[in-house]
Write a protein that binds this ligand. Structure first.
Ligand SMILES: Nc1nc2c(ncn2[C@@H]2O[C@H](COP(=O)(O)OP(=O)(O)OP(=O)(O)O)[C@@H](O)[C@H]2O)c(=O)[nH]1
Length: 257
């Protein structure tokens, strides 16, 4: 059969990333409290393509995933990227694994247990050495300090999402990152709250007003104190309840030298 992908291309334009996107696939993630957690990811896999080839071999990405199907997790990223580079004959390879991760939380007063979902991502690239970034999105409540100061009663508050990205030397638990980031808003979120919990989190948020700037500065201080983290970025987006737009802030620290 003819193989179009192998044919030459004469435009002299190399492609930085080409591959497959949004493959739904079961994976296994290390769970701090239950050793392993099975979840379903959306996976993207890319390679670079030199200018002289017409196309890449899309089927080979999926073949490689299938070869590791028994256990696709953090420890498999390096072997998968090595294999992608070798099978596709590329100089670089990238894999992005986005998945929902569940953490059991206890309501602050009643102790009622519930599962909270956190959107996470493993982003790994390989040229000569592996570059790995862990991404975790943490939803929070934020309450506006300005509104609290100005208003005779109440203060506007909203759901916020903080996105933390880290590079590190030694393994970091998703649970520990979530716990660190949850300290940075006005109050954490829970899936299940009884009335006594609702009173508690409402008052907690009122007692801890935070601008979006306060949230990223708080996260910066806490993450910078963790020596194991070599690079991080933090974004906060507050889905304002008095505006039809969001308040946003971002910070970054790079200690790789
Ligand atoms: N490169 C490329 N392939 C595409 C695209 N859209 C669909 N495909 C299909 O991806 C399929 C798999 O390609 P290959 O991996 O080269 O398949 P193959 O030649 O059977 O496999 P190998 O022998 O391992 O190369 C082909 O049927 C392509 O038509 C595209 O935009 N670019």
């Amino acid at each position: 059969m003819p193989d179009m992908q192998k044919r030459p291309d004469h435009r002299r334009i190399p492609i930085a990333k080409v591959g497959v996107k949004d493959i739904s696939y079961p994976i296994v993630v290390m769970d701090k409290n239950h050793s392993l957690q099975h979840t379903v990811a959306r996976i993207n896999m890319y390679v670079d393509l030199p200018h002289h080839f017409k196309g890449t071999h899309m089927s080979r990405f999926v073949e490689i995933l299938n070869r590791h199907r028994e256990h696709i997790g953090l420890d498999k990223l390096e072997p998968i990227l090595d294999e992608v580079k070798a099978r596709l004959g590329s100089a670089s390879a990238h894999v992005e694994i986005q998945f929902p991760y569940f953490i059991e939380k206890k309501a602050p007063v009643s102790g009622a247990k519930s599962l909270m979902e956190y959107s996470c991502e493993f982003k790994a690239s390989m040229t000569d050495i592996l570059d790995f970034v862990l991404v975790v999105k943490v939803p929070l409540t934020s309450l506006c300090p300005c509104s609290k100061e100005l208003s005779r009663a109440g203060a506007h508050n909203q759901r916020s999402v903080m996105t933390v990205r880290v590079r590190y030397r030694e393994f970091i638990w998703i649970e520990d990152l979530v716990e660190l980031i949850e300290q940075c808003g006005s109050s954490p979120l829970y899936s299940l709250l009884k009335r006594e919990d609702e009173k508690y989190v409402t008052e907690q948020a009122y007692d801890n007003p935070r601008f979006v700037e306060d949230m990223v500065r708080e996260a910066y201080s806490r993450l910078a104190a963790v020596e194991n983290i070599t690079w991080f970025s933090v974004e906060a987006e507050n889905f304002e309840s008095i505006h039809n737009h969001s308040a946003y802030a971002a910070v970054e620290l790079d200690r790789r030298a």
